[in-house]
Design a protein around this ligand. Sequence first.
Ligand SMILES: Cc1ncc(C[n+]2csc(CCOP(=O)(O)OP(=O)(O)O)c2C)c(N)n1
Ligand SMILES: [Mg+2]
Length: 629
Amino acid sequence: MDVSFSRRGLFEGALAVTGALAVTASGGPLERARAAKHPGWVFGRMTGAEALTEALLAEGAACVYGIPGAQENELWDTFKDKGLPYLLVTHEFSAAAMADGYARSTGAPGVLCVVPGPGVTNSLTGLGEALLDSSPIVAIVGDVANGEKAKPFQVHALNQTELLRHVCKAVFPVQTVAQIPGAVRQAFVTARSGEPGPVAVVVPYNLFIEAHDFRCPPPAVPAPTFDEAAFQRALPFLADPKARIGIYAGAGCMAFPDELTAVAELLQAPVATSVSGKGVISECHPLAVGWGFGAHASEVAEKVFAGEVKHPLKSGVTTLLAIGVKFSEVSTGYYGNPQPKHVIHVDANACNLGRVLRTDVCVHADAGIFLGRLMACADKVRRPADAMLVARIRELKSDAAKELCAVPAAKCGVDPLALIASLRKALPEDAMLFTDVTVSEHLAAEHFRVTKPRTYFNPVDNQAMGWSIPAAIGAQRVHHGRTVATLTGDGCALMSALEISTAARESLPVKFFILDDQAYHYMQMLQKPAYLRTTATILAKMDYRALAQAFGVAYIEIVAHAELDAKVRGAVCHDGPVLVRVATDYGKRSIRWVEAVRKKYTQELSAAQKARFLARIGSRAIRGDKESD
Ligand SMILES: Cc1ncc(C[n+]2csc(CCOP(=O)(O)OP(=O)(O)O)c2C)c(N)n1
Ligand SMILES: [Mg+2]
């Protein structure tokens, strides 16, 4: 993580809070009258808990995820009093993942509220996921008492602010009751602006019951970033008629699917996406080529971007236009996206620009503004329809679709790709699928076709196992009537499955698909070729039916291909929460991401390192010493 990123956020946030306070301190009858006319203000005499709740309501928070504690009971009671919806969770990791699921599915910051000490430390993994995946979250932390109320050795007296600083874009430690609403509102602005991310507000609990005359206006929203000079430098690359342009789009484009599609059509450019960017263009669009553009991801994208000597199209992409995207390790298959001749990189966070690929022009800009400006220059960059390109993409997509149908013989269960194909058939196009850190996440990113923004979600860059179950519940809580499903491994499920009790308690009809192979297959795929054996990868044989019964959710078991489609459909159509155990046989199913990463990683080993690996494998092969786990 780039530390300068969070420090800058912290600094800007602190300034903005001070600004809000300046207004708070100078209120008079005139301002009171003005505030009455502006319902967006937090205004009047009330307690810190009330002001905090008013600030959350003013920012449009639709749900607070979390667990109350002695420090926050006053606050939770006020949530109820003021009609702010909340959801009690079983663990604060879930609270952060749920706020993340809310954020990714709505585009607005998700809110969690946790106790200091263990509540904070439990939430760190989920906040870290949101930070690395650019997801806006506001974490409200009730801290131990401060000022006159501070005593030595208070319960939960960890340094919350320091802990949070490492997984947040900014942290606002509040010192006085007057600062509360300004800090909360600024947290929303900071979480949303530039590259989104999590922001924490830390409030000593004694301030919740202090009363104050609040006069807190809506915060100023910074103008979106746009580097016009860099845009002008980028234009000639895009206007060059000899250039073959390819677009690589990420989550930064999620709010602008129509603009991105229009720009792709204008430039006649194939569009590949990062994993988090799936959905920024319909993958059914004639120019969409799927995830990535290297050997690790969509084969369609790889061929179209690299060019094919044997095809009349021949030339691949010469000029890459990367928009609202980082070239992060997982999404690029260990930095396996090839280097095009020219690269233009556009992103709202200057710290992300030009860090991985050699880049001709870095444009510090919000994706939406950049796309709009490009459309305004349409006459300079427009290209004639490229029928040959479109035909080739169609052909390659049809080849890929055939692979989806070619199910290898599974000995004792279901092939994971067959499950992914079946899910695609059964889930409505606007359903939301939350995938987890199973090795199947790479199969899903490659093959699960997405046609709408904010319908496909993965914990990409922190790879926090167990994320999908709570994230899906968090999204379902605010998307009534939408189908929400998880695709999770059994190892991931073991980390957060108790959260299914929350879905049961609240009748949130999430469909929990669990790939049960009683193993960390992901680790086995990485370990076996390198060590000729596996270590610490075998999981418990679980009675999932009994687990579902204990939660009080419906149960479906899929153990053979013959029943796959019907049972997946049955689960999707069930009107309540349902746990679906899919007995999974990975067999010899190869995964492009794993193969490509292994190859790239091996290539980068030194000669001595390679020799040591090979010698160890050789001696184990000769000894027949292959004991696993
Ligand atoms: C919290 C956490 N711990 C450990 C890991 C390392 N890890 C990544 S995938 C994985 C195994 C996943 O197993 P499972 O959920 O059963 O999926 P499978 O590959 O078997 O389908 C592990 C241990 C991680 N990413 N996150
Ligand atoms: Mg497994």
